[in-house]
Design a protein around this ligand. Structure first.
Ligand code: ADP
Length: 288
């Protein structure tokens, strides 16, 4: 059940009269609900221990993705609330009725992601920091992708993992060797708008078969970082990649770079969940 404080906040601030609520499963960080209200259905997620601005950053990310007009569906943000005495933090969105995607829908989704990656910035980073899962994500701007990847992505996560004892400090030397090679490993790319947390749990197909992106950790980065992320847990359908390639062909050698990009989500998982992810991250670093 949603806390009464959130229900009263929704009524007092948005005039939302909720008739009933249903728990939605699937989220890894927050508690999610479908709210049936007099003026339609809504999706709400909240987290009583979320950092201040957690849902504001997610709302900004969704709005940025929407502003790219890539064709992919982005849920409309109805409201967000930063935690205060009145209520825990929450995010209120339009309710998306989930359906199932055909091969054609996956192909279109791939093309739309390629189109999203055409939204560009002058530098790598973003005008604000945000979160990936519940962890802070720094987005200071860099002219070059390798230095962004080193300083804003791997260093903070690897240092945290070493400091909290998850990863042995001997792996710092391996990382240093890899970091020195990054300018040769990564092909040139302009800073592209990324979803930033693109695993299979962060998109769905709506009832008309349109792909919908949720739960982003946006920034302007190397487009291959988003593509590599899709391969973290088994990958998306082959039609998705065909669709992407029909708009933006992959650079040669992409498959060899996947493990390098995915060191970031792997370290995030080490810091969020530990366990088997530690071994995987160490194995990648050991190769350098
Ligand atoms: P978390 O931040 O905890 O990871 P998610 O944003 O991934 O939560 O949402 C949890 C689940 O709720 C998703 O797996 C998805 O199935 C569903 N969901 C997310 N957004 C919507 C929405 N706007 N409408 C309907 N269902 C949604």
């Amino acid at each position: 059940m949603l806390p009464d404080s959130i229900l009263s906040h929704l009524t007092e601030n948005y005039g939302l009269k909720i008739k009933s609520q249903q728990r939605v499963s699937g989220g890894s960080i927050n508690r999610a609900f479908r709210l049936l209200a007099a003026d339609g259905d809504f999706f709400l997620k909240y987290n009583a221990s979320a950092p201040p601005q957690f849902f504001e950053k997610e709302a900004r990310g969704l709005q940025l993705l929407k502003s790219a007009k890539s064709g992919v569906r982005i849920p409309e943000v109805e409201a967000f609330h930063n935690p205060d005495k009145a209520s825990p933090g929450y995010l209120l969105m339009e309710w998306i009725s989930e359906g199932s995607g055909t091969s054609e829908n996956s192909f279109t989704f791939g093309r739309e992601l390629a189109s999203l990656h055409q939204a560009r910035s002058e530098t790598f980073g973003l005008d604000h920091d945000n979160f990936i899962g519940s962890l802070p994500q720094k987005n200071n701007s860099h002219a070059e992708w390798p230095s962004f990847f080193i300083e804003e992505r791997i260093n903070p996560q690897l240092k945290a993992a070493v400091n909290n004892g998850s990863i042995d400090k001997k792996y710092l030397a391996h990382w240093q060797r890899l970091a020195n090679q990054l300018s040769d490993i990564f092909p040139y790319a302009k800073p592209s708008l990324l979803h930033g947390d693109l695993w299979s749990g962060n998109y769905l197909f709506d009832s008309s078969g349109k792909a919908v992106l949720i739960d982003p950790a946006v920034y302007y980065g190397h487009p291959e970082a988003d593509l590599a992320f899709t391969k973290m847990f088994g990958g998306f359908s082959s039609e998705f990649y065909q669709g992407y390639e029909s708009a933006s062909p992959f650079e040669p050698g992409f498959s060899d770079r996947i493990q390098v990009y995915n060191l970031y989500p792997l370290l995030v998982h080490v810091n969020l969940f530990g366990g088997g992810y530690t071994r995987q991250a160490e194995q990648v670093l050991m190769g350098f």
